[in-house]
Structures are given as C-alpha cells and as structure tokens.
Design a protein around this ligand. Structure first.
Ligand code: NOJ
Ligand code: MG
Length: 568
C-alpha cells in the first residue's frame, strides 16, 4: 500500500535555521568536552525493590552493590537512589528523620561508602535523593519545633492560627488528600504539610533552614556523592500572605481531589529560584556534581528552573513523556516546544518512568514501549531510565490487603496508588525472581518467569538487548548524546529527526502506529540501519527511503557527509 511521503520539505527551512543557530551560538560549547551528566544516562534505583541481600524482603545497599554489574552491562553512567535515610517510612523514605544517616533496613554508613567506592571503581556516578521540602514528624527538628510556641526551631516549620471557626487557616490542599493543614493540639496551631501530615513542610523563608540543608548537602558531597535529585523542588516556597488557592474549573468528580484547586500560591513561586540558586552554590563549590530538580510543570515553565543565569538546577526534570499523548504529531510538537523553550546553555533531559507514575510498558503496551525506549535514548538530552523498564516490567496489580502506599490508603479507588510500579526487580526465574530469599514487601509480578534479566540477556531481540544496543550505540557516537537535534518533517504516525555532531549524522525514524509506514528522506540519502526496535534488520542499506513495519523504530547511520538538515 503506497503511503504518503513523509518528507514534505516544510521542515527543511526550520531544520536549516536551527542548524545555523547552532553554528552561531552553540559551536564553541559543543566543542568543549561534555560533562558526564550531559552525555551520560541516569538509572533510577528504588532501593526497597532492587535487591535484598539480608533476607528481610526489602532491598538494601549491599543488594544494590551486588547488582552494579547489571548497570555496567546495561551501559548506563549513573545511578540515582531514592531515599535511604532513617525514616518511619510513612512515605517510604520521603519522610526523613535524619538527613545524614542510613536507615538500618538499607544497611550502614559502611555499606554506603562501599557502594559508592565500588560504583566509582566501575565508572558509575551516584546521585542521592535530597528531600528538603519537608521532614518526617519524627525528625528532631520537628519534635523540637512542636514542643512549644517559643522553641528555637519553631519557625523552621510553617505554623498558622486556626480560622475563626477553628478550622484550617486557608484552603490549601495536600497532594495526598485532604487539607494541607494539621492541627497540633499541644500548641493550638496548625502546621502545613504539602504531603502527609507526617511530612511537615520546612520553612524556607528561615535562613537557618537553608543553612541546615546546605550542611546536609556538604556532608554527602564530602563523602563522594556525585549529585542530588531534589524532591519536589517547585514546592519549596509558599505564599507569604497565605492566600487561598483558586478553584480549577476543569476539575470533575472522580479526578484527583488535589486538582480541585490550582496550586498557584503553594508551588512554582518566583521566590523559589532564590532558594534553588542557594542549593546550586553549594554544588558549585565542588567539581563536576549535578543538581536535578523534580518538577511537574508544563515544559515551558521548566526554563525558569535553570536559573536566570543558569544558576539553578542543571537538570530540571522534564516529565512531559510520562503523560504525552502518544501520537507522532503530538510528540513532534512536544519536542519542538521543549527544545524551543530551553534557555541558552540549558541542557535538556527526558524521563519515561519513575516510582510515582505508571510503567511505560503498561501505558503504551509492549510494542510502543520499545519505540519509546528508542525515543528516550536518541533524543537530545540526558535520559533517566527507571529500574525494570529496561526489561519491560509492567504495573503489577496489588491485592487490597497488600497495599502499602499511603496515597492509595488516603485517596483510594482513583488509581493513584504507586505500589504497582515499585515491585521487586525481576532478575531471574528463581523464587521471588532472584530479588530475595523470602516473600518481598510488595508482590513480584507473576510474569517474572518470562520477564527477567537472565532470560532477556540470553534472547537476541529482547527489551533488555534493545536497551543495551541503544546504549552501546549512544556511547560510541557523540552525535546521539551531545549532537544537535534536527527535526525532520513527517506526517501520519511517523516521527523523524536527525542527530548530528562533527560530520556524523543519524536519522531516527519512529513508527508510532500499528500500520506500516514509509519514511522518505530524499533520494540522495544513503545509510544503513544501526538499530531497529524489532531487531532483525541491522545493517540493511537505506537509500532515500525506508519502509517501517508496524510499531517499528529505527536508527539509521547516514553515510559520511550526509546531513538531514540539507535534505530537499
Ligand atoms: C515526590 C516523590 O517522588 C514521591 O515519591 C513522594 O511521595 C513525594 N515527593 C513527597 O516527598
Ligand atoms: Mg534487605
């Protein structure tokens, strides 16, 4: 069946303009050696679920250390570990009771040091999760703060008098359901908590809070940590006047109740950028570290988080793909919007999954999950891979009696629960998938005997092998990591773009639909297929056009001197 040619020429001008801008503004920068967090790939480990080493059914640091070979074999550059600090685990570690300790469940400080040393020896960087927006209610700071109205730590948290009727001081909502204000009977005031009432928010208007968190950062940076992923960085400042948030007219019954209001006075305040600049200054006193910010905002809003003078986060997490409408035109538009909104010198990044959002293989299905992996690993910008996505792990349905997530418990039945994306890593076909000797804290996916690392390592076209191939190619060719992104016009289900660097050019052609499609790129283009998501056509010659099978993505290495930006 003949398909409309994808190359309609309209993108050529844009591509050329983009290239010229690059040459003008970006050449010197691109010629400088890229930093590890620009050319590298980050892998997120959810520590409770990666590998248990001591038979308690919960993953730990020694478990991660023993599995570092997997990360090397996969070909990533850094691991980000979700919180490992002492915590009552009301929010599984995002409620920190001691910022400079290790939770005994995860091991000891010696285990931590050993993990970092081994990771570094293997060429892997280690990124920790920093949770500066709130502490646990069991943190000594909060205990002291709530002990009396005159406690020296009182102002480290956010306290308000009850409204005249005795209710909460304003309408602010917790992301985890209900009011964001909890009454403290002992001192007769409310404290603010953006998440659980067991996670009181710190008051970042108090300079002592900033000093204390900066000291925490130095503690870990001095221990050799390579960077931080900063939890809910866009939440750090709240309105000084405590104004009510306005209603969101688009909210309907059955939606996440937190969305009833637009959080304009509780998140994304202009003032937050001063706080972030303070965090960045701490990082800049050290060599070569990375500051990543967790931010759920439209891509256009991310630009501000780089800082007015690039003195903010190195990588404001770009979560757009977690919710993107999965069609080629919408994706092309999204990428263009993101690329177009980046500040000069701001380095992009992309994320396909994390411990808070549905698994990509569930959201898109197994076929498009492969296409998505190719997209993630060939777009311009640092990719972050979520553990288990490299073998196509899916959301696991959790029987009611095994629900752990406090969000699911607080706001049941809306599908907000996150347990299903935090299940144990599937290493092999042995009992408990090689994760633990005992029943794990969350159930292992029943599919583990087919979907596991050992099995896929032996299978030529497995999801794991696709990831390994893409990562190998990325490592071998700077065009795929630091190269320019060149949009190429296409229609229908085809997403086309080029990646170019130092005379080398790749064309990426993704068929986001389940019909065959032909990508025509102009008769003079010659190259060969370097990777296909379907595996079996590597080294196929490409001349001017390429026929894609349903749900197929390919990366084509163009013959020397070809550049998609000169296409006509
Ligand atoms: C974002 C984290 O990713 C999530 O897991 C946590 O529950 C909230 N922040 C609160 O810390
Ligand atoms: Mg354990």
């Amino acid at each position: 069946m003949p398909l409309p040619p994808a190359w309609d020429g309209s993108g050529i001008g844009a591509a050329r303009a983009l290239r010229e801008t690059d040459v003008r503004e970006g050449q010197a920068e691109r010629d400088a050696a890229p930093l590890w967090w620009q050319s590298g790939v980050i892998y997120q480990v959810y520590p409770r679920s990666f590998q248990d080493s001591d038979g308690d059914g919960i993953g730990d640091l020694e478990g991660i250390r023993r599995r570092l070979d997997h990360l090397v074999d996969l070909g990533v550059d850094a691991l980000w570990i979700s919180p490992i600090y002492p915590s009552p685990m009301a929010d599984f570690g995002y409620d920190v009771a001691d910022y400079t300790g290790i939770h005994p469940l995860f091991g000891t400080m010696e285990d931590f040091d050993r993990l970092v040393a081994d990771a570094h020896r293997l060429g892997l960087r280690v990124i920790l999760d920093l949770v500066p927006n709130h502490t646990s209610d069991e943190h000594p700071w909060f205990r002291e703060a709530r002990s009396s109205r005159t406690s020296p730590k009182r102002d480290w948290y956010i306290w308000r008098d009850p409204a005249p009727d005795g209710g909460p001081p304003n309408n602010w909502l917790s992301e985890f359901g209900g009011s964001a204000w909890a009454f403290d009977p002992a001192t007769g005031r409310y404290y603010y908590h953006a998440f659980l009432d067991r996670q009181p928010d710190l008051n970042w208007r108090n300079p002592q809070v900033a000093e204390a968190i900066h000291a925490v950062m130095r503690f870990w940076l001095d221990r050799g940590v390579d960077g931080f992923r900063v939890d809910v960085i866009w939440h750090l400042m709240k309105d000084a006047a405590f104004r009510d948030n306005p209603p969101d007219e688009d909210w309907r019954e059955g939606m996440n109740p937190y969305r009833r209001l637009k959080p304009v006075h509780t998140t994304d305040l202009e003032e937050v950028h001063g706080v972030i600049a303070g965090l960045r200054q701490v990082m800049d006193a050290y060599d070569d570290r990375v500051l990543i910010g967790e931010i759920y905002l439209p891509v256009e809003r991310l630009a501000a988080y780089y800082g007015a003078n690039l003195d903010g986060a190195h990588l404001p997490f770009n979560f757009a793909l977690l919710e993107a409408e999965w069609n080629a035109r919408a994706l092309a538009d999204l990428i263009a919007r993101y690329e177009g909104s980046l500040p000069e010198g701001g380095w992009p990044n992309w994320v396909l999954g994390n411990h808070d959002r549905p698994r990509v293989a569930t959201r898109l299905g197994p076929d498009q999950a492969r296409v998505a992996a190719m997209l993630l690993l060939t777009l311009r910008g640092t990719p972050t891979l979520y553990y288990g996505d490299e073998i196509g792990m899916t959301n696991v349905s959790i029987p009611p009696e095994r629900v752990q997530d406090p969000w699911e418990k607080n706001v049941p039945g809306l599908g907000l629960g996150r347990d299903g994306v935090r299940t144990p890593m599937q290493w092999d076909g042995s009992p408990h998938a090689g994760f633990s000797d005992v029943e794990p804290w969350l159930p292992v996916d029943e599919a583990f005997s087919e979907v596991n690392v050992a099995q896929q390592r032996a299978e030529p076209h497995s999801m794991l092998e696709l990831h390994r191939e893409l990562l190998r190619l990325r490592r071998a060719h700077a065009a795929l990591s630091i190269g320019a992104y060149v949009p190429v016009a296409a229609s229908g289900d085809l997403l086309l773009y080029g990646r170019e660097h130092a005379g080398e050019c790749f064309l990426v052609a993704l068929n986001v639909g389940d019909d065959p499609a032909i990508a025509s790129i102009g008769a003079e283009f010659l190259g060969h297929v370097a990777v296909s998501t379907l595996g079996d056509r590597t080294d196929d010659r490409v001349a001017g056009e390429v026929a894609l099978r349903p749900n197929e993505g390919i990366v084509v290495l163009l013959d020397k001197h070809d550049s998609v930006s000169h296409a006509r």
